[in-house]
Write a protein that binds this ligand. Structure first.
Ligand SMILES: NC(=O)c1ccc[n+]([C@@H]2O[C@H](COP(=O)([O-])OP(=O)(O)OC[C@H]3O[C@@H](n4cnc5c(N)ncnc54)[C@H](O)[C@@H]3O)[C@@H](O)[C@H]2O)c1
Length: 334
């Protein structure tokens, strides 16, 4: 298949592109190499991908309509995987405009190009943050997303709803994924695992929000990629029968939202212990209050994911954290 993947210099896009190439697909990657975090890490990911003939990289911002259109028109993709975004919950309080530009305007441009080029399947990344203030656990795709807590969540929800209208009007089969705290090798420097490992190795304190009283449904990157790869082959059809009580299949469009999470929330303190164990060092803990925009707990309903692809993320946190630490020590030579 000819695949166009946005965000291939990013954490998830890099791993997914590797998987698609290994499965025998051609991948055209688009990434604007934004300076939100260390661009060298992004360049190193792209350099790994460029070892493969089946990969072609383009440096382009999603908001740059004419350049983006040129890349899409040349690629004529059968599968579009839209992962590029301004990610991060906390930074959205500092720089909300970046989220509107990338996640709303940028995603709109991707939708317009799908309308023109008609891929067999458009898949796009949303987030567990879309559930916002919802506290009905596990978080199901059919549950409420009416109360986003940050502009990050609000822009992702906007992307979801824009995509639904395009799927309805122009018959573009579309699957939206809601990811739950992905982690693993080549991970993001703005996320807790990276920051904690960096700080502990440097002998600095780690900030533990809400005094550790938080839980996250962490998803190991290989599990996430397995879920994405299988869902890329699972194309929603207009008017099909729902396959689970939580099936979010639209009644008026070939459009579905699917959680990719394992449904096993881990407490922040157990997470820190797994890091200490993998590093063989104790962390100096700085207990802090809850941060604005944060949620106490995430827990994915996995019913729909399992019904669709017969798989759910299951890598234990201790195993995944150890893999990250192995990569971190090797990459940064510490
Ligand atoms: N990693 C997670 O835990 C997680 C959780 C929920 C949702 N998501 C979503 O999954 C997707 C991938 O996330 P990630 O963790 O790989 O993040 P990432 O920041 O590592 O990757 C995103 C990539 O998109 C690129 N990008 C950003 N804005 C762009 C723009 N306007 N034009 C072109 N390129 C742009 C960046 O340069 C980056 O390489 C994102 O849509 C994110 O919102 C991730």
């Amino acid at each position: 298949m000819r695949c166009l993947v946005t965000g291939t210099a990013g954490f998830v896009g890099f791993h997914l592109a590797r998987r698609l190439i290994a499965d025998g697909h051609e991948v055209v990657g688009v990434d604007g190499m934004t300076p939100y975090y260390d661009v060298r890490l992004k360049e190193d990911r792209v350099a790994q991908l460029e070892r493969h003939n089946a990969f072609q990289a383009h440096r382009c911002m999603l908001e740059d309509w004419s350049s983006l259109a040129g890349i899409f028109r040349e690629a004529r993709p059968e599968l579009v995987v839209h992962l590029a975004a301004q990610a991060g919950v906390r930074y959205s309080l500092e720089n909300p405009r970046a989220y509107i530009d990338s996640n709303v305007t940028g995603s709109f441009n991707v939708l317009e190009l799908c309308r023109e080029l008609r891929p067999r399947h458009l898949v796009m990344a949303s987030t567990s943050s879309a559930y916002g203030a919802s506290a009905t656990f596990p978080l199901a795709e059919t549950g409420s997303t009416d109360h986003p807590l940050t502009i990050y969540a609000a822009t992702k929800k906007s992307m979801e709803t824009m995509a639904h209208s395009y799927a309805h009007l122009w018959d573009i089969p579309t699957t939206v994924f809601r990811f739950f705290t992905a982690y693993g090798p080549w991970g993001r420097p703005d996320m807790a695992l990276f920051k904690f490992v960096e700080a502990i190795l440097a002998g600095r304190q780690i900030d533990i929000y809400n005094h550790g009283r938080m839980e996250r449904d962490f998803t190991y990157i290989d599990d996430l990629v397995e879920g994405i790869a299988r869902l890329c082959e699972t194309v929603p059809a207009r008017g099909a029968t729902r396959i689970a009580a939580t099936d979010s299949l639209s009644p008026v469009a070939p459009y579905r939202i699917v959680n990719i999470g394992g449904g096993h929330p881990v407490s922040l303190l157990r997470f820190v212990e797994a890091i200490e164990q993998a590093l063989g060092r104790k962390a100096e803990r700085n207990y802090m209050d809850m941060q604005p925009g944060d949620v106490l707990r995430t827990e994915a309903s996995t019913e729909l994911l399992e019904a669709l692809i017969g798989f759910r993320p299951a890598t234990p946190i201790e195993t995944g954290v150890a893999e990250f630490v192995r990569w971190y020590r090797d990459y940064y030579r510490v």
